[in-house]
Design a protein around this ligand. Structure first.
Ligand SMILES: NC(=O)c1ccc[n+]([C@@H]2O[C@H](COP(=O)([O-])OP(=O)(O)OC[C@H]3O[C@@H](n4cnc5c(N)ncnc54)[C@H](O)[C@@H]3O)[C@@H](O)[C@H]2O)c1
Length: 317
């Protein structure tokens, strides 16, 4: 049986990816350190159903502490999802976790992968944050990255490490620049999670800035489909690809849609714009469409509805 390895398997995206791979008949090794960037209880819940499946093996530990040569013996594809995510926490003292969990961890994994001749693909979870405030929207991969947050800097550095290991050692990397992923299990520090939770508790939601910022939102199932395609597409090795939801939406309009979905009036509290947040993001996905056959399938309304249902399960309606 083909074995695929996922780092960050207990996280939002990694746990969905594991579930899909198991459903497709792969054996999955998942690695996670269950750190406390957010309540590890969420992570335990994310892996609970995975642990019941016989083709799933969980390695609980830090990337730096793992014997990779042994673990990668039968692995064909690595999906490197583990990272210290989040833009706002990356300033100040928090930065140390970003260099360790993003840059150092990626280098350790790439080094191990470079000694693995049987490895078919190394899919790296990058981020739209590498673009910063790009002047061209939608933004294509040809635009020079210009991060506006320390987090974005570490994701760009990791991407560059991927490029080096591809060019020098032939590690078959593919970097996917996700644009704001949402859906069930979304991290509790992310906007939709916080919005839905506040609405459920009939509290006001905080909007950073004037609400006129735009985002390209990607439903998690579409991000997973991109990963699966990146693992097999012939022309993908060495490429950096945007993965977006297919349309750019003004935040204030998303909140209007949320009001309709939840059937509750949302109290909006405007707070100062957070440092490191890009004003607009929009993905030009034509390269991913061409190389991966990627086409987002889930509309924002459908995706938000699924996330609202999940939030009600988690926090009780
Ligand atoms: N969610 C998004 O909107 C988004 C957008 C762009 C990029 N990304 C990237 O996608 C990936 C997954 O994001 P997510 O939202 O699922 O994050 P997440 O925080 O839910 O998951 C990451 C997991 O990695 C684990 N981890 C971190 N460092 C580790 C280490 N050194 N060793 C072992 N485990 C470690 C954490 O415990 C966590 O469970 C990350 O690389 C993130 O930077 C996410």
């Amino acid at each position: 049986m083909k074995t695929h390895l996922i780092t960050g398997v207990a996280g939002f995206i990694g746990s969905h990816l594991a579930q899909t791979l198991l459903e497709q008949g792969y054996a999955v090794i998942g690695v996670d350190e269950f750190n406390d960037y957010y309540d590890p209880q969420f992570k335990r819940q994310n892996v609970a159903a995975l642990l019941e499946q016989e083709n799933f093996q969980l390695i609980e530990g830090r990337i730096a502490d793992i014997n990779w040569l042994e673990l990668l013996q039968d692995v064909e594809v690595i999906y490197h999802q583990a990272a210290q995510a989040g833009v706002r926490a990356s300033w100040g003292d928090g930065f140390f976790a970003y260099t360790e969990r993003n840059v150092d961890a990626t280098q350790i994994l790439l080094e191990a992968a470079s000694n693995c001749t049987h490895l078919k693909r190394f899919v790296f979870a990058s981020s739209s944050s590498v673009y910063g405030n790009a002047e061209t929207l939608p933004t294509s991969e040809a635009i020079c990255p210009d991060p506006v947050s320390p987090y974005g800097i570490t994701k760009l550095a990791s991407e560059q490490l991927c490029r080096l290991y591809y060019q020098n050692f032939g590690v078959p990397i593919v970097a996917l620049r996700y644009f704001t992923v949402y859906g069930p299990r979304q991290r509790p520090d992310m906007a939709f999670h916080k919005f839905f939770k506040a609405i459920l508790h009939r509290e006001a939601i905080n909007i950073y800035g004037d609400g006129q910022q735009t985002r390209d939102f990607t439903f998690v199932r579409d991000a997973i489909a991109a990963n699966l395609a990146a693992a097999t597409a012939e022309k993908a090795p060495g490429e950096v690809l945007n993965i977006g939801g297919g349309s750019r939406v003004v935040l204030a309009e998303v909140i209007d849609a949320i009001e309709e979905i939840t059937q509750r009036l949302v109290q909006r509290r405007y707070v100062q714009k957070a440092m490191g947040d890009a004003r607009h993001t929009a993905a030009d996905i034509s390269k991913a469409r061409e190389i991966l056959g990627f086409q987002p399938q889930v509309s924002l309304r459908e995706g938000l509805t699924q996330q609202w249902q999940w939030i009600r399960q988690v926090y009780g309606s």
